[in-house]
Each structure stands twice: as C-alpha cells, then as structure tokens.
Write a protein that binds this ligand. Structure first.
Ligand code: CMC
Length: 431
C-alpha cells in the first residue's frame, strides 16, 4: 500500500482533519480513516460496504467497469482457457504460477488428503435424508475441527498449511457425500489416480453396482466451473470468513461460516434460484412478463443471475460459461435445450431494455452455470455446494493472507445507534 503523500480534507464544524490517501497497484485510491474516531470523534456510515475497503489484499483484482477479473494479475479468461483448477489453487494460495515440480508436489499433497475420517460418515447419518446438501456442508465442514485437532492452531504456519490442503482436498468428498446421502445412495470413496474434477464427478455419479466412466469433456467443463468460481476478492462469504477468523477462530469453523453465507440467494444461492427461474419462465414468449415483473418496484421478483455489486459490465466469468454451455450441451446431444434458449433470449431482451441498461445490470456467473450443471446430471440443490467446493480455495487464500498479517486486528464494526436512550426499568405491573 503506497502512501501518495496526499491527504483528503474533512471539515466538521469548522475543524479540518487530514486523512491520508493510499494508492493501490490497481483500482481507486483509498482514504485512510483509521484514526478518524480517535481524532474527530465520529464514525463513518457505510452499511453494505459500498464505499469501504475492509482490508488490503494482493490476491484478486476486479475492474467492474471494464468487466475484468485478475488472480495474482492473471486474467480469468486466460486461466479458464489455459490453466486448470489445481494450478489456480496454487496460484491463489502461494502467489505465483508453479513450476512443473511445484505443481506435481502440490497435486500430490492435495491428493493424499481426499479421504474423510471414517468416523465422519456417521455424522452424515444424523441428518434427515431430505436435508439441503448446503445444510449438511455447513455442519460437516464445521465438524472437521472436531476430527482434525492437529491443524487447528492458527499460530502454527505448518498447521495452517495442513488445514488449507485438507480443505481443498476434502471439500469435493464432503459435497459428493452430502449429495449421495440425500438421494439414499452409498458414499463413493475418492480415487487418487484421477484428476480433481473427474474424481468429483465420479464420487457424485458412480454407484457400487456400476462405475462411472468420466467423459473428458465433462471433466474439463467441471474443472472450468471450479476455476471460474475460485475467488472473487472481498465478496460477502469471503468477508464472513475474514471476520470470523479475525477473532482467532479455527480455519474449519471459519470456512463453515463462509459456506453459510454463500448459501443466500443474493450470493451463491443465485445459481439454484436462476435455473429454477429459467425453468419457471419455460418458453421464450413468457420472457416479457418476467422482465416487466423484475422492473416493477412493487414486485420483489428480480432476474436471478443478473446484476452485481462490482461489475457494471459483463461478468467475464459469464462470457466463458456461455460458451461452455453450448459445448457441453452439444457434446451431450441436447440440441435445442429449452432452458438455454430461454436464457439466451432473456439475456438479449434484458440487455436491450432501458431499465437494465441504465442500471448497468449484466448476466453474472450464475446465469449460465446452472444450465451446464443440470446437463451434467446435477440436481439444482447441488449447484451451490459446487460453488462452495470451488470457492474454498479463495476463502483459504484470503484467510491465510489475513492470518499472516502482523497487523491483524479483530473485526469490530461500529454503528449508527437509533434506539432508545437510557431509561429506567419499569416493573411488570406498572407497564
Ligand atoms: N433484477 C432486477 N433489478 C435489479 C437486479 C435484478 N437482478 N439487480 C439489481 N437490480 C436493481 C435494484 O432493484 C436497484 O434498483 P434501484 O436503484 O431502482 O433501487 C438497482 O438495480 C441496484 O441494485 P442493488 O440491489 O442496490 O445492488 P447491489 O449491489 O446491492 O446488489 C445483487 C447486487 C447481486 C445482490 C443484485 O444485483 C441481485 O439481487 N441480483 C440477483 C441475484 C444474483 O444473481 N446474485 C448473484 C451475484 S454474482 C455471484 C455471487 O456473488 O455469488
């Protein structure tokens, strides 16, 4: 963080306060208000963090106006095309692309941790079969801290490393077990001789009676979905992980908190909500009615998979996924998929509509991902768990960056209090 030597001047009741201005390597300058309360006795007010940088970070950069997403400087479209998920994991976690030897070592370390403690299988049995897989994931990932005590000390860099590798490795196993449990099929153990995405597909779709032959194109599409969701700087679930970990909580508990936040329909839950919306629209002729509803202030309906806090242009991930959707459906011989047709026409009509143009609402990552996942055979309830599997590396990288920062402070926002001022207690008979 470079101090520009410049200051912003804030005047309150005739008193002037100089606030330092910092320059990032990319993005807008930042005004440092850390001493504002101690010098001026006021708080700033920004619910929803629309103008607030909550931390400094070197991991991911988004230019929302251009529709650009960079991980450690590398554009997401290049990573989606040329790299693969585990290499992107390495990049996010350690800061640079690995050499061939480093990649091999990393993949081997991840692969060695894919199995889940056998006792954890019984934990799954405590859930109802009709539980949402995200509900199971929140519980099971939180419970990892009850099974892997030797990697919960956040002050030990080695334990932090082991916890990170364990979570990258075990998350696909946990998500697939949550799925198998809800459909009443036996768990499928991981196989370490196949790649990360293929292993996940196999754990979801193989049964003891019949193995699952992984189609390389589907496995590539799965890997691409993982890659595109890997990190997205200080979004709601990542900020949740950071806030939870600022208290010194163990990493498994913090990632469980991130999963809980991701589940909401304004965040990761939008992929499930989006596909359900596209199916409800059903046919192209219904689109104008839904666009009208999305624009109606008296109707809570929103176009799911549209709009973003940061992107005021195309979400670059949506562009890649739109192309992947075509490829996967063609491969599966699902020509004229009605949901894809509705999605493409909805995108076209919304982008030509004054309301969406003026508010700069574009398709986001969740708009096309559900179509691909459904074509692969996943039920809608698995879409957000798959997002959680992918985003785990982002959460862990941001957590690791934060814990290693010697300036780490517990996150403790202040408030604009609008409640009652001090008053005396009244006995119940006198109320
Ligand atoms: N459909 C219709 N109107 C919308 C939509 C939408 N999808 N998104 C935003 N708007 C309107 C909104 O009503 C508001 O209008 P006005 O200024 O007249 O009050 C304006 O656009 C700005 O919206 P906002 O809610 O103030 O913006 P935000 O930055 O707080 O919300 C968002 C961002 C992503 C929550 C929102 O766009 C949304 O709810 N989208 C649908 C859900 C979705 O697709 N979420 C996935 C986000 S990307 C992946 C992820 O983060 O996990």
């Amino acid at each position: 963080m470079a101090d520009t030597g410049k200051t912003a001047k804030l005047e309150i009741e005739g008193e002037t306060y100089d606030l330092p201005i910092f320059a990032p390597t990319a993005g807008p300058n930042v005004i440092d208000i850390r001493k504002l309360y101690s010098t001026a006795g006021v708080f700033t007010y920004d619910p929803g963090f629309t103008s607030t940088a909550s931390c400094d970070s070197t991991i991911t950069f988004i230019d929302g106006e251009k529709g650009e997403l960079l991980h450690r400087g590398y554009p997401i479209d290049q990573l989606a095309e040329k790299s693969h998920f585990l290499e992107v994991c390495y990049l996010l976690l350690y800061g640079d692309l690995p050499s061939a030897a480093q990649l091999e070592d990393f993949e081997e370390r991840v692969t060695k941790h894919t199995m889940l403690h056998e006792q954890m299988h019984f934990l799954f049995r405590g859930f109802r079969r009709d539980a949402h897989p995200m509900a199971i994931m929140v519980g099971v990932v939180g419970a990892l801290s009850a099974f892997y005590h030797d990697s919960t000390d956040i002050n030990d860099p080695w334990q932090r490393e082991v916890a990170s590798i364990r979570m990258i490795a075990k998350m696909p196993t946990i998500a697939s077990m949550a799925y198998k449990y809800t459909i009443g099929q036996p768990f499928v153990y991981p196989r370490n001789d196949i790649d990360y995405a293929s292993n996940f597909l196999r754990m979801c779709f193989a049964v003891p009676a019949e193995d699952y032959e992984v189609n390389p194109i589907l496995s590539r599409a799965m890997d691409r979905i993982f890659t595109l969701h890997a990190d997205h700087e200080q979004n709601a679930s990542t900020s949740t992980v950071r806030l939870a970990s600022s208290s010194g909580a163990n990493p498994f508990a913090c990632i469980a908190a991130g999963i809980a936040c991701l589940w909401g329909p304004a965040h990761g839950g939008a992929n499930q909500a989006c596909l359900e919306m596209l199916q409800e629209i059903g046919t192209v002729d219904q689109i104008p009615e839904y666009i009208a509803r999305a624009k109606d202030k008296n109707d809570p309906f929103r176009l799911m998979g549209f709009g973003h806090r940061v992107y005021k242009n195309f979400d670059p991930r949506a562009k890649v996924l739109k192309q992947s959707a075509d490829e996967v459906l063609e491969l599966l011989g699902i020509e004229d998929n009605p949901t894809l047709q509705v999605a493409k026409e909805l995108e076209k009509q919304a982008l030509a509509d004054e309301y969406f143009v003026e508010k700069k609402l574009f398709p986001n990552v969740d708009f096309y991902s559900g179509i691909i996942l459904e074509a692969m055979g996943f039920p809608t309830s698995m879409f957000t768990p798959i997002f959680a599997v992918s985003r785990t590396i982002g959460w862990i990288s941001q957590w690791k960056e934060m814990i290693a920062d010697p300036q780490l402070k517990i996150g403790r926002p202040r408030q604009l209090y609008l409640g009652e001022t001090k008053r005396d207690y009244v006995d119940v008979e006198n109320r």
